[in-house]
Design a protein around this ligand. Structure first.
Ligand SMILES: Nc1ncnc2c1ncn2[C@@H]1O[C@H](COP(=O)(O)OP(=O)(O)OP(=O)(O)O)[C@@H](O)[C@H]1O
Length: 533
């Protein structure tokens, strides 16, 4: 079998893949709008099976098939685990494509390539954003029902966290870094199963951690301090920081570090986790941008006080996930061993979790927009009715301006507010004011502008308007990256064979010394139910 050079898709490995047409599927509904393009819920016509079709965006690909898609396909082909999304096949279309209403998509001269995934009913962002899943302290105080619901959601979160860590441990053992852990990339089905998705930024890593990797990864709110400080040598600990942010977000009801840009992101982290120094984080002063960001006044860590309302074991675990020094940060394997997962109430069987209507971030956001629009319209109607009951306006021009019929300034104001209303916490990362950005500055200047020439059409970066283009930045561009990207010397790329195995006894090895994570069976010493590969 021909071996593909690193970064090339070895099509001969997968003869059946790509041979079927997307016409084998009927698109039912759009469920996601990602950097890649749209994601659809679709039905396989022959079998009736429901799948998710993710269209690979090709419109700005003068250089051929997008590297992020190649990486995602290559990595997903070698990962097989119940907590990692399954890529079933690749399908193509040669001619004009139809949208879910059966209309041509207007892109009639272009063929399309789709990844076919198993379908998942929710993403964690969409699910956590459902009214029934979020509870304020006030609600809990006033209603016993809410208390039950709150307890129930805590049990659900514990169950999701266990699955997230199990899937991530599997990735790390197989030497894959995810590098974009966030709620909308954690998919959940109605059986309560959680799966890691969106491996477009993932890559293999070698256990010596000496290779230079790109610094420009992980959505801002979930990005660890070592990346924000400019390191290019990192490992699985980067994903564990993101897990800590998600864990705290679930328990807290909102994101914990919602920074607008890199400096603010670091400030938010330092404010709660304390400022780093050589004592608590040996080597921190050697990280490229440490001096740029060194706070004038040291701040003490106050994470435990800040989240003192969390359950004790949850707080212990969170403390170890949000450890500034990546070498002291807890691994996925050790996190699965934490008391949090081994004290009552033990994580439940995912199947016992409640079933909800499908909810993806894309849909919940759309619904919220529609609801806002609806509320505005009825407000407007009410005001118009009020005005129509008012006495007619005198033509002399002495009347109060608010008594003038027709649109008045107030209404215009409120309309503007709707259009430009701040995005909800769970809004898609679209720009500085609309959620976390995905990439740090590409110009090598940590506190300077954030234009990213790699970010899709025209490379307009983040400063151009509220909604910058959504093309996923090839994470391996070479511009201005401190230390050079993995494409340059040192980037290990992919091995052409199977995944590399970590050396026995390493943090990510499967020596069998670790305790298993299957809480349902109640056995703490059980092995993980997957094979290392
Ligand atoms: N297999 C699936 N089943 C159900 N929904 C899915 C599936 N895959 C993706 N989605 C939905 O589509 C959204 C976008 O998918 P994905 O993250 O893979 O695309 P992306 O282009 O990488 O997006 P982003 O730029 O936000 O990371 C997800 O957040 C999820 O809501």
């Amino acid at each position: 079998m021909a071996i593909a050079a690193p970064e090339q898709l070895n099509v001969s490995e997968i003869p059946a893949w790509g041979s079927r047409s997307v016409d084998c599927f009927e698109k039912l509904e759009q469920i996601g709008e990602g950097t890649y393009g749209q994601v659809y819920m679709a039905k396989e016509i022959e079998t009736g099976e429901i799948v998710a079709l993710k269209k690979i965006r090709m419109d700005n690909e003068r250089e051929g098939f997008p590297i992020t898609a190649i990486r995602e396909i290559k990595i997903l082909k070698k990962l097989h685990h119940e907590n990692v999304i399954k890529l079933k096949e690749i399908v193509t279309s040669t001619g004009p494509e139809k949208d879910e209403q059966g209309a041509s998509d207007g892109n009639k001269y272009k063929g399309g390539i789709y990844m076919v995934f198993e379908y998942m009913d929710h993403d964690l962002t969409g699910l956590a954003d459902r009214p029934g899943m979020r509870f304020s302290v006030a609600q809990i105080k006033v209603a016993l029902a809410s208390l039950y619901a709150r307890l129930f959601s805590l049990v659900a979160y514990q169950c999701y966290m266990r699955q997230l860590l199990t899937g991530l441990h599997y990735c790390h053992v197989n030497q894959v870094l995810h590098r974009d852990i966030k709620g909308s990339n954690l998919l959940i089905d109605n059986e309560g199963n959680l799966k890691l998705a969106d491996f477009g930024l993932a890559r293999s890593f070698s256990s010596d951690q000496n290779a230079n990797l790109t610094n420009r990864v992980i959505t801002l709110w979930y990005r660890p301090p070592e990346l924000l400080l400019g390191t290019t040598k990192y490992g699985p600990a980067v994903d564990m920081w993101s897990v800590g942010c998600i864990f705290a977000e679930l328990l807290n009801g909102k994101p914990i570090f919602p920074g607008k840009d890199e400096p603010e992101q670091l400030n938010k982290i330092f404010d709660i986790c304390g400022t780093p120094n050589e004592e608590i984080w040996p080597g921190v002063s050697k990280i490229p941008w440490y001096n740029n960001f060194k706070p004038a006044k040291p701040v003490k860590r106050r994470l435990r006080e800040h989240f003192k309302h969390f359950d004790r074991h949850a707080l212990d675990l969170l403390d170890r996930m949000l450890t500034l020094d990546p070498s002291q940060r807890i691994s996925a394997k050790d996190a699965l061993d934490a008391e949090y997962f081994w004290t009552d109430p033990l994580p439940c069987d995912p199947k016992s979790l409640p079933k909800y209507e499908p909810s993806h971030e894309f849909q919940t956001k759309k619904k919220r927009q529609q609801q806002r629009q609806h509320e505005e319209n009825s407000k407007r109607q009410k005001l118009q009715q009020q005005y129509s009951r008012l006495p007619p306006i005198q033509q002399s021009g002495h009347g109060h301006p608010q008594m003038r019929p027709g649109p008045n300034p107030q209404l215009h104001n409120s309309q503007t507010q709707v259009a430009g209303a701040p995005n909800h916490h769970y809004g898609k990362p679209r720009g500085p004011s609309a959620g976390p950005r995905r990439y740090p500055p590409s110009n090598g200047n940590p506190s300077g502008g954030y234009n990213n020439p790699n970010r899709g059409q025209g490379g307009s970066g983040y400063n151009n308007g509220q909604y910058p283009p959504q093309g996923r930045a090839p994470p391996y561009g070479s511009s201005g990256m401190p230390g050079g990207g993995p494409r340059g010397g040192g980037g290990s790329g992919y091995s052409s064979g199977g995944p590399n195995y970590p050396h026995g006894g390493s943090q990510y090895g499967t020596s069998g010394a670790g305790r298993g994570s299957n809480m349902i069976s109640g056995s703490r010493n059980q092995q993980y139910n997957w094979q290392q590969q």
